[in-house]
Write a protein that binds this ligand. Structure first.
Ligand code: FE2
Length: 192
């Protein structure tokens, strides 16, 4: 059986945005990849040891990330301002989608729980928050139709749902803190 090849995955996604049908074709590529979780796992470190976010490709035309969510993490609502394809290959990711309001605030709309092998394809104006409600680590491939890190984006305060400029370092710090406490909780030994 063919295993996952990270370089081929990135090359296929780039071909899709350069000469193919872009987002639709990337969704097929991601779907094929997450249909074989063991194949991806052979390319990456075990979930509990993985960095929260590993950049596989970053350019103006495409960003591909390997993401590992710690147990019980609950991230701020945010936009991407570019299309996104998210495929889960381990654990669970609950998506809450929001409606944009005229004053810039947002209101909760629909939701969708994603499990291993599930893929969502999101339009450029989508606002969502993501949550891992389980004690398992959630592992995913994220592909974005642009430069994820330098494109100006918005996140929304958890309590007031007011907009704030998105700070990727703030999000990364939140994730790393959740990961550190999750690792401590699973390390054998006496608890404080
Ligand atoms: Fe997102």
């Amino acid at each position: 059986m063919q295993t996952f090849d990270k370089d081929a995955f990135i090359a296929d996604c780039l071909t899709a945005v350069r000469t193919g049908d872009g987002q639709r074709e990337v969704k097929e590529i991601v779907s094929r990849a997450v249909a074989d979780p063991r194949g991806i796992e052979s390319e990456v470190r075990p979930h509990t040891e993985s960095p929260m976010m590993t950049i596989w490709h970053r350019s103006e035309e495409l960003t591909a990330l390997h993401i590992v969510w710690p147990p019980e993490v609950d991230l701020f609502a945010h936009d991407h301002n570019m299309w996104a394809v998210i495929g889960i290959y381990g654990g669970q990711e609950d998506n809450q989608f929001y409606q944009r309001l005229p004053d810039g605030n947002i209101a909760p709309h629909t939701g969708k729980s994603l499990l291993a092998n599930d893929v969502v394809s999101l339009g450029g104006s989508v606002v969502h928050s993501v949550r891992n409600p389980t004690r398992q680590w959630t592992a995913a491939l994220h592909v974005y139709g642009g430069e994820f890190f330098t494109t100006p984006r918005t996140m929304w305060d958890k309590k007031t749902l007011e907009p704030l400029p998105l700070d990727i370092d703030f999000i990364r710090e939140n994730l790393e803190a959740a990961a550190a406490s999750a690792r401590d909780a699973t390390t054998p030994g006496e608890r404080p």
